[in-house]
Design a protein around this ligand. Structure first.
Ligand SMILES: CC(C)(COP(=O)(O)OP(=O)(O)OC[C@H]1O[C@@H](n2cnc3c(N)ncnc32)[C@H](O)[C@@H]1OP(=O)(O)O)[C@@H](O)C(=O)NCCC(=O)NCCS
Length: 430
């Protein structure tokens, strides 16, 4: 523990970057904090600098050395019903091992949430390295993710199945190179994420697609070139795609490949099933690892024996921190007509208050505004973050004592209002 007198003599300064010349030292600190390595090469700096906004990047400085990092990104978040909201995505959070537990993260978080609120971003989002860090700042786990490993021999799938030729829906799957995938898939993904299929989806910019397809690289970036395939419907329109790698393992003259899916999405159920069937039908493949999917992905039930898909990871994924409750709640759709008066507590003062939600049912939109009516439910802002995309259960939170009912049955009403038919899914890391 540092001597408190020393600390006062050398206070750590926290500020946003003022010049791109400061970016390499900032990135060196990120790399150290994430145990990636003590130095960062020029090509990595150039690649990671693309698209950065200096006034969204904070550094904590002790003397000339950067000892803490925090950045935010503009993000577009899909909510139930398909509307998109401006969110403040938090990323690159590190504090040097020499400066931990002295409140640096808390100071950077306060700056970032204050700035997001001023910019009119309705919530903040992040993917937490460790569960216990962010609840204290008003974030709640809003989406979960599941990864399966499928043992092909146990699936009961007929190995004589011919793959795409057997789809029966007039569609087809074609292998394409990285450049074609990069050219075709951004538009499909835009339709996917705004098409009300899956709340929790986030936008992917040009840099995302270049990185994902190996067009933006730097030495030791850990990238493995992948295979890409596109699903086209009977009219020849691209409706989905898959990116996968294979490890090329052979044992005793037998092929024992593991295929790992890096990305798979489609705008139609037929496209999604076709892409899975394509991946599962490849010769030489012993097992398929699915990558991070929605917990209610169709995959296991596509198999004659769903137990052939073994869960290897199930964990919280996207965390949401409400900043503007009326805008958030009015933007999403609700499965039924109903109203609810919520008392939201926010010790940091960004989003608290008493609000009345009035939902007109699945097609009718919703309104939400401050009210003086008696509250029916009260909860912390982090719990509202967990409920927002429809994945958490209000009744479960009430059972845990994290949500208080002031009118009998209010938690059940919230349950019916907030829950969604399909679970939210954020497929990306940021
Ligand atoms: C997580 C990390 C950024 C925290 O930074 P920090 O400056 O030590 O955090 P603070 O001193 O502001 O801590 C604020 C509070 O959070 C708690 N906290 C911080 N990190 C925590 C952790 N990993 N687990 C549990 N509690 C944690 C602190 O104990 C403190 O609690 P208190 O308010 O009750 O005293 C830092 O430990 C780190 O760089 N870890 C490795 C990289 C990482 O995990 N980054 C996050 C990526 S999403």
């Amino acid at each position: 523990m540092a001597n408190p007198v020393e600390r006062m003599a050398n206070p750590v300064e926290i500020r946003t970057l003022t010049s791109s010349d400061e970016f390499p030292e900032w990135l060196r600190a990120v790399s150290t904090g994430f145990f990636r390595g003590p130095t960062v090469g020029e090509k990595e700096v150039a690649a990671r600098a693309l698209g950065t906004e200096l006034d969204r990047i904070q550094g904590a400085y002790d003397g000339g050395r950067c000892v803490g990092t925090f950045r935010t990104l503009r993000q577009s978040l899909t909510v139930p019903g398909g509307a998109v909201l401006p969110a403040c995505a938090v990323s690159g959070v590190t504090v040097s091992p020499t400066h931990r537990r002295r409140g640096l993260l808390s100071r950077m978080m306060a700056n970032a949430l204050g700035a997001a609120k001023e910019r009119g971003e309705v919530c903040a989002s992040l993917i937490a390295a460790e569960y216990p860090i962010y609840g204290r700042y008003g974030f709640g786990p809003a989406t979960w993710t599941t990864e399966w490993e499928v043992l092909i021999a146990r699936t009961g799938l007929d190995r004589r199945y011919a793959g795409p030729a057997d789809l029966g829906d007039g569609g087809r799957v074609d292998l394409v190179d990285a450049a074609e995938f990069r050219a075709q898939m951004p538009a499909v993904h835009e339709r996917f994420r705004t098409g009300a299929q899956r709340q929790g989806a986030i936008d992917r910019d040009g840099k995302w697609w270049r990185t994902a397809t190996g067009d933006l690289r730097f030495p030791d970036d850990g990238f493995t070139p992948a295979f890409h395939a596109v699903y086209r419907d009977a009219d020849g329109q691209p409706q989905g795609g898959v990116t996968y790698t294979s490890d090329d393992v052979w044992q005793a003259k037998q092929p024992e490949q593991t295929v790992t899916v890096r990305d798979l999405f489609a705008t139609t159920a037929a496209g999604e099933a076709a892409l899975w069937r394509f991946v599962l039908a490849m010769d030489w493949v012993l097992r398929v690892r699915t990558g991070c999917r929605a917990p209610d992905d169709v995959l296991p039930l596509l198999l004659p024996d769903p137990r052939a898909a073994r869960t290897v990871t199930h964990a919280d994924w996207l965390w949401i921190r409400p900043l503007d409750v009326p805008r958030m709640l009015a933007a999403r759709s609700y499965a039924v007509e109903g109203s609810l008066v919520l008392e939201v507590r926010d010790k940091d003062g960004y989003a608290g208050g008493r609000f009345k939600l009035e939902a007109a049912g699945p097609e009718g939109g919703a309104q939400c505004a401050a009210t003086r009516e008696d509250p029916e439910l009260s909860l912390d802002v982090a719990e509202l973050g967990a409920l927002f995309l429809g994945d958490e259960s209000a009744v479960r939170l009430a059972a845990l004592g994290r949500l208080a009912e002031h009118r009998e049955g209010a938690a059940e009403r919230a349950e019916v209002l907030f829950r969604t038919a399909r679970r939210p899914w954020c497929q990306d890391v940021f």
